[in-house]
Design a binder for this molecule. Structure first.
Ligand code: IPM
Ligand code: MN
Length: 352
């Protein structure tokens, strides 16, 4: 039997609760298709940090490197200063595992409410390919004259030819594989960020020549936000840098029904990838059995795809679609009409 080693990071807040449901679904679907998932639970979280002062060690990273994939619940603890865990765990893993793509599908399913007036599932179906290891996220910069009235703070956006190129290439290949509109929209700010997005733009049109069947398109990031609300049906694949990708994918999550259903993958096509719900640890809902586990279940679905278990992934998506169409009333915590664990059970039921 085929066996995959899966690192599982429950994380903080509602992370453990949603991971349990995702694992429940993964177990059911792996049984159906005859492969095995061997879970290794990794306690990279706020509680360990509060107890030991350890955020993430080199040994932790080595352990993750030996896995076929990683499933993550949520990072962010109310008693830990913002930034420590996010940068020390989530971003450190993305960077050291060189997960250079953050893939975030924006797809509205039938039965899920979108805040966009007169828009339905036929209008909202695109993906954002967010560069995941560079840009403003590298931590490059610093302070001068800190804590004085002349203080200067510098935060630099790092964009390398290699990093930009591999991200763009992934986007073009993804558009081919998706086989829908076959259009890649570069989302940038070439009118102001005339160095960073000059590199992106030049590389974009150069790489595009290798994919003659894929249309090229460009939109500034502010206009992208406008179109995502006004005409989401226009998009197929949007490719962008780390910061813009972070921002527009929260907007994307909202138009697809909210954080309760939005999932993403931190992907290293040649290495270890990590899949997660886009939403945070939602501390106020912790332990109440009210958080929506669908985003984490959808993250599991993306993980199956990355592992090459396409049929299993498809089944999970179909089960999610049935449950949101027939049963689940709202994507919001506490308003689903079901508890967290019942939602997991529903998906398992529809897998059969
Ligand atoms: C995300 C999150 C992270 C990011 C934070 C928690 C560091 O917002 O995954 O989008 O900015 O990438
Ligand atoms: Mn974000």
């Amino acid at each position: 039997m085929k066996k995959y080693g899966i690192g599982v990071i429950n994380g903080d807040g509602t992370g453990p609760e949603v991971v349990v449901e995702s694992v429940k679904v993964l177990d059911a679907v792996s049984k159906k298709y005859g492969f095995e998932l061997d879970y290794d639970y990794l306690d990279f979280d706020g509680n360990r940090y509060l107890k030991t002062g350890v955020v993430l060690t080199d040994e932790d990273i080595e352990r993750v490197k030996s896995k076929d994939s990683v499933l993550l619940g949520a990072i962010g603890h109310p008693d830990v200063k913002p930034g420590i865990l996010e940068k020390g765990i989530l971003l450190r893993l993305r960077f050291t595992l060189d997960q250079y793509i953050n893939l975030r599908p924006v797809k509205l399913y039938e039965g899920v409410e979108t805040p966009l007036k007169d828009k339905g599932p036929e209008d909202i179906d695109f993906v954002v390919v967010r560069e995941n290891t560079e840009g403003l996220y590298t931590g490059s910069g610093g302070f001068l004259k800190k804590d004085t009235p002349e203080e200067i703070a510098i935060q630099e956006s790092i964009n390398t030819r290699k990093g930009v190129e591999r991200c763009l290439r992934f986007a073009f290949e993804y558009a081919q594989k998706r086989n829908k509109k076959k259009m890649v929209t570069l989302c940038g700010k070439t009118n102001v960020l005339t160095y960073a997005f000059d590199l992106w733009e030049r590389t974009f049109y150069e790489i595009a020549k290798e994919y003659p069947d894929v249309k090229t398109d460009y939109a500034h990031v502010d206009a992208t936000c406008m179109w995502m609300v006004k005409n989401p049906e226009y998009f197929d694949v949007i490719v962008t840098d780390n910061m813009f990708g972070d921002i527009i994918t929260d907007l994307g999550a909202v138009i697809q029904g909210g954080m309760g259903i939005a999932a993403g993958g931190n992907i290293n096509p040649e290495g270890v990838s990590m899949f997660e719900p886009i939403g945070g640890s939602a501390p106020k809902y912790t332990g109440k059995n009210v958080i929506n586990p669908l985003a984490c279940i959808a993250a599991g679905q993306m993980m199956l795809e990355q592992l090459g278990e396409d049929k299993a992934a498809e089944d999970v998506e179909k089960a999610i679609m049935k449950a949101v169409k027939n049963d689940i009333k709202s994507m919001s915590a506490g308003k689903m009409g079901y508890g967290t664990s019942e939602v997991g059970d529903l998906i398992v039921k529809y897998l059969k």
